[in-house]
Design a protein around this ligand. Structure first.
Ligand SMILES: NC(=O)c1ccc[n+]([C@@H]2O[C@H](COP(=O)([O-])OP(=O)(O)OC[C@H]3O[C@@H](n4cnc5c(N)ncnc54)[C@H](OP(=O)(O)O)[C@@H]3O)[C@@H](O)[C@H]2O)c1
Length: 293
């Protein structure tokens, strides 16, 4: 297949490399002005991929968007006229809230959302390390996206495991809830995930989870309060030495995904007239840090 990866950072480079190895014709769309970019995954041979080639973008069977959430709408809006209406759009990022904008911009295109637990790290612009094996889920946003389940086999062949989820929103909310609990607190206090198991964070963490659970229930998402608390603590223990992506973004003064994580929950809570003071405070605290730069 002809596949364009928009935003070939850590996760995008990882997929670009595996999809190339699986025999697909992969090109990328990045911020670099070079006609070709080089990607070396772990200790494999480096590959050279065409970069910012309008013809290849126009001929893409699939566009895999691995930009961070705040850039998805902005970047796609500059490319709309070069995207064929049959091209399958696959958004893979943390957080929620970009799909409606993309659907408005490109209403005819099959639209899929993906969530992955693979770990990738880019020590330099030409190198990507596959730091953790994980699982990936795909699901459809629109009717034409429902016809694209075959993509699971294509991507699973390149980097397993990939599965289809008939209700991707449910899967994304589950991940969002965990991100809401861990990301802003670790960013605000500049701590690794494991520190959230300490008693001084307990009340704040519990209240964030309770509020998110209420919003999920109002949204019709299947969730049980005690199970959600247990899942968050499982992730805190399993990733105790890790720094969350939001902690790293804030530490490096990069725009975080707060608007698409806690911000998404706060906006949904307002629609349902649910009070979410703990999430609102965290949202405002992170926004304030970003605005102070
Ligand atoms: N890394 C992981 O292990 C992992 C795991 C699961 C989920 N995720 C999620 O996956 C998403 C991507 O994360 P990541 O770690 O891959 O981030 P990343 O390394 O920062 O990748 C994002 C890429 O988008 C590029 N970009 C930004 N603006 C652009 C523009 N205008 N045009 C073209 N490209 C542009 C960035 O370019 P520059 O290189 O020039 O900045 C960067 O290469 C996030 O939502 C993250 O939460 C990541």
């Amino acid at each position: 297949m002809n596949i364009t990866v928009i935003g070939p950072g850590a996760i995008g480079s990882l997929w670009a490399s595996y999809l190339t190895e699986a025999g697909h014709s992969v090109n990328v769309w990045s911020r670099s002005f070079d006609e070709q970019i080089r990607i070396q995954r772990d200790d494999h041979d480096a590959i050279e991929l065409a970069n910012n080639n309008i013809n290849q973008l126009n001929n893409a069977d699939v566009i895999l968007v691995t930009l961070k959430a705040p850039y998805v709408t902005q970047v796609l809006s500059t490319l709309v006229e070069h995207i064929n209406s049959d091209t399958i759009l696959l958004l893979m990022h943390n957080g929620m809230g970009t799909a409606s904008d993309v659907q408005q911009m490109l209403p005819a295109n099959p639209l899929l959302l993906a969530t992955t637990t693979h770990g990738a790290y880019r020590p330099s612009s030409k190198q990507v390390l596959h730091t953790g094996q994980g699982k990936t889920l795909f699901g459809a946003v629109n009717e034409s996206g429902q016809q694209c389940q075959f993509l699971v086999d294509v991507f699973n062949h390149a980097l397993p495991t990939v599965d289809w989820h008939s209700n991707i929103e449910q899967a994304l909310w589950n991940k969002l809830a965990i991100n809401c609990a861990i990301n802003p607190l670790t960013a605000l206090y500049a701590i690794p995930n494991g520190h959230l198991g300490q008693s001084q964070y307990r009340a704040q963490l519990d209240s964030v989870i309770d509020e998110v659970c209420q919003v999920m229930q109002a949204e019709g998402i299947e969730v049980e309060n005690s199970e959600l608390h247990a899942s968050v603590h499982d992730v805190i223990r399993a990733t105790s030495d890790n720094y969350s992506s939001m902690q790293q973004d804030i530490a490096h003064q990069r725009l975080s995904e707060i608007d698409f994580i806690t911000g998404y929950v706060v906006a949904k809570a307002a629609q349902h007239r649910i009070d979410v003071p703990s999430n609102t405070k965290l949202y405002q605290a992170i926004k304030q840090i970003e605005q102070s730069w």
